[in-house]
Design a protein around this ligand. Structure first.
Ligand SMILES: C[S@@+](CC[C@H](N)C(=O)[O-])C[C@H]1O[C@@H](n2cnc3c(N)ncnc32)[C@H](O)[C@@H]1O
Length: 228
């Protein structure tokens, strides 16, 4: 009996600690995104702002903070959309950001008509997709994008050299513990580029060329055009 109470107490403490770590890491990551990262995306915002009727979708929106931060740099966005497979995150995002139209949906089956979106963004969400689902999700992104639409990928890719990957494993485990939302399918940038190419996207900008240290240590950013 006593040991049951003790393990329930431990579990409560573990959940409290995890909730605190999640909130803390979210705050830190969102502040970093707003202060440093958003500046890396100036070409992306510029090409979007040249388009009429801007419809922007984030796939795997989480708590909505990045879409909201990006929307400050998009001229008069017609509509912001976000989907997530986790109903709790959608509920929390909706509570904070009334301006975003949120849907509980899977990346492999987007609830939008063909050619509606000016841009589709995946911020740290493609690593939750198996290789089959990644293909389907990019196919769906291509379907909902306008003919000259942009695909924005912010992702931490696997290193080609195993030794570098081994060094990052403890960091990734910490990330999974605090912010994880499912199994982590980690692929290399080259593997990702091959899938994107196969699904009709051509690489327009690879942030590794301008911000290589950030791209290697934290996450890389790839901007694609939908091939016509
Ligand atoms: C690491 S979080 C990133 C959240 C947000 N994009 C950010 O950068 O702060 C990844 C999100 O992708 C969502 N996700 C995972 N698999 C998904 C799927 N198949 N379809 C839609 N969302 C998915 C998770 O629920 C989670 O909220």
């Amino acid at each position: 009996m006593k040991s049951l109470e003790c393990s329930a107490g431990l579990e409560r403490r573990r959940v409290l600690l995890k909730t605190f770590a999640q909130k803390f890491s979210l705050k830190v990551r969102c502040s970093c995104f707003k202060i440093f990262y958003i500046g890396f995306l100036k070409n992306f915002f510029q090409s979007i702002n040249e388009e009429p009727d801007r419809h922007i979708l984030e796939v795997g929106i989480g708590f909505g903070d990045k879409t909201s931060a990006m929307s400050d740099h998009i001229k008069d966005p017609k509509k912001l959309y976000g989907i997530d497979i986790d109903p709790e995150r959608i509920k929390e995002a909706q509570r904070k950001y009334l301006e975003i139209k949120l849907d509980y949906a899977n990346a492999i089956n987007l609830p939008y008509p063909d050619q509606l979106m000016t841009a589709v963004c995946f911020c740290q969400s493609t690593h939750y997709l198996s290789s089959d689902d990644l293909e389907k999700a990019l196919q769906e992104a291509s379907r909902v994008l306008k003919s000259n639409g942009k695909l924005l990928i912010i992702e931490t890719f696997k290193f080609r050299r195993k030794i570098l990957d081994l060094l990052l494993i403890p960091l990734r485990q910490l990330y999974q513990y605090t912010f994880g939302a499912g199994e982590y399918y980690n692929i290399t940038e080259e593997e990702f580029l091959a899938v994107a190419d196969q699904q009709g996207f051509s690489l327009q900008e690879n942030m590794k060329e301008s911000h290589w240290l950030y791209s290697i240590l934290i996450s890389n950013t790839l901007i694609f055009d939908k091939k016509s």
